[in-house]
Write a new protein. Sequence first.
Length: 308
Amino acid sequence: MLYGEVLSNDQFSEKRLRRTMMFLNAQKPGLIKDPYIYRPDSIILDLEDAVAENQKDAARFSLYHALKEIDYRGCERVVRINGLDTPYWQEDIRCAVAGGCDAIRIPKVECPKDVHRVEEEILKAEKDFGMPEGMILIMAAIESARGVMKALDICEASDRLFGIALSGGDYTKDLQTRITGTGIELMGARQNLIIAARAAKVQCFDTVYTNLDDMEGFRRDVETIHLMGFDGKSIVNPRQIPIVHDIFTPSGKDIIFAEKVVREIEEKKEMGIGVFTVDGKMIDIAFYDGARRTIELAKASGVYKGDL
């Protein structure tokens, strides 16, 4: 089916792998005709910052035909609309929904009302184009100090919302600082967003890393956000995909340990044993969900060969 299986919020968050979300200028056919060859998990077809003010109509035309005519081979298709303070966003939504996108990314979200406004327009478009209600999902980009402070409310604003994403450029401007490459200026926002996302049971994505000449710095940045608990990262170039996928895909060692934990917990539970060791590490039932998640992530990444 063109639009994919309709899943609940929690089901979609668990089943859809979104390690990489690659930005592409929706106006440029050469960029959007075959990005699936690089195997990103998602693509973000951008109608906002990448498109000049006098080219919005042309970009929508290109977007609609791309969504209708190109087989993206299972790659999720997210459309970034223009801001809600512009005259373009409503037509952006109609075009994206008519074309059959999978999700809408809202820029500069600062409160639940922003999500509600977009949800209302999506619902209208679904009805107008004869689509099942709830087909098109939403993600919210957090780009300001106010948005960061309202993150939990935003995460809980709609059942359509599968995740939030940090946009570091505008956020650091709002903080009256700049992107340094160290991550220090982003740490508070990153921590707040991941906590909010986990509390609301939605996904959380990090901001882009724009210095393509510093791949070592990029790797360090991805390792940091992986340790913080993010689900993935927005990217701007196919060269960044292998690094993100390498870091966000469980290693063979991680998978073997997770299998041991799951099997031991299930076995010991039947025996009435609550605490034990696996490979010298103290384990109890609290480790079960994490081990299961590692296995499910390995399955989604295509690297699992076991039988759990």
